[in-house]
Design a protein around this ligand. Structure first.
Ligand SMILES: C[S@@+](CC[C@H](N)C(=O)[O-])C[C@H]1O[C@@H](n2cnc3c(N)ncnc32)[C@H](O)[C@@H]1O
Length: 212
């Protein structure tokens, strides 16, 4: 079995019945994250917010298949262990060496990277408005001109429990409005939403735009 198939087996065997994860809506976004990591890993691939590692799986798998690695940040030291357990990423697992976990806040983590070095950036941290704003702004200089910024829970505020707590949509909308020449904002509505900030270099050159 290839390392990637082993990871998929480990993750999906951990789910009850239908492929769903209690307390997470990441299953529906895994294919998209995998595709993005597979094709946007010409630079660094960064994950902010590891949790139980559900987004780590497709990001790591896609990056590794493209010959790259994944750098993940979380402020909770337990998350590294949880992700390793959920993915059954044993010490000598072929994909373990391609994963770097950093116990650090998402915004300060930006200082670890050279300007323009990140080709894919994924956000799933506190969802708090002020923090989300800081995270987006802190990382912007680090994103490659052709890089993608994306993240989970764009529609989390529609959940009554998160109504007054989640500022993801507001922060991302403000950010996209502030950088209209750099990004085109697209959202996938299902599973609490995935936002994708496509680089204009890609979006405006797409065949359907009529520009090529
Ligand atoms: C919703 S969970 C992430 C779920 C994960 N993406 C998955 O698919 O399993 C949010 C995570 O963000 C982390 N977090 C919260 N605030 C953070 C911050 N400022 N910097 C880094 N991580 C943070 C939490 O510790 C938690 O593990």
């Amino acid at each position: 079995m290839t390392p990637l198939r082993g990871l998929i087996q480990a993750m999906f065997h951990g789910m009850e019945g239908e492929a769903s994860m209690v307390g997470s809506d990441m299953t529906g976004h895994m294919c998209m994250l995998y595709l993005l990591a597979r094709h946007w890993s010409f630079g660094e691939v960064v994950e902010l917010g590891v949790g139980r590692g559900f987004s780590t799986l497709p990001l790591l798998a896609g990056a590794v298949e493209a010959g790259q690695g994944l750098v993940s940040y979380d402020i909770n030291p337990q998350t590294e262990k949880m992700a390793v357990q959920n993915l059954r990423l044993k010490e000598h697992h072929p994909m373990r060496g391609a994963w770097r976990f950093r116990l650090k806040g998402a915004a300060p983590g930006a200082q670890d990277f050279a300007d323009g070095s990140v080709s894919l950036w994924f956000l799933d941290t506190s969802h708090i408005l002020e923090e989300t704003r800081k995270e987006l702004e802190a990382w912007l200089p680090k994103i490659h001109p052709d890089g993608v910024m994306c993240g989970h829970d764009y529609f989390l505020h529609e959940d009554p429990e998160w109504k007054d707590l989640s500022g993801v949509k507001k922060a991302v909308d403000e950010f996209a409005a502030a950088h209209p020449d750099r990004f085109h904002l697209q959202t996938l509505r299902h599973d609490r939403g995935l936002f994708i900030l496509w680089p204009r270099t890609f979006w405006d050159a797409a065949p359907w735009s009529g520009s090529i």
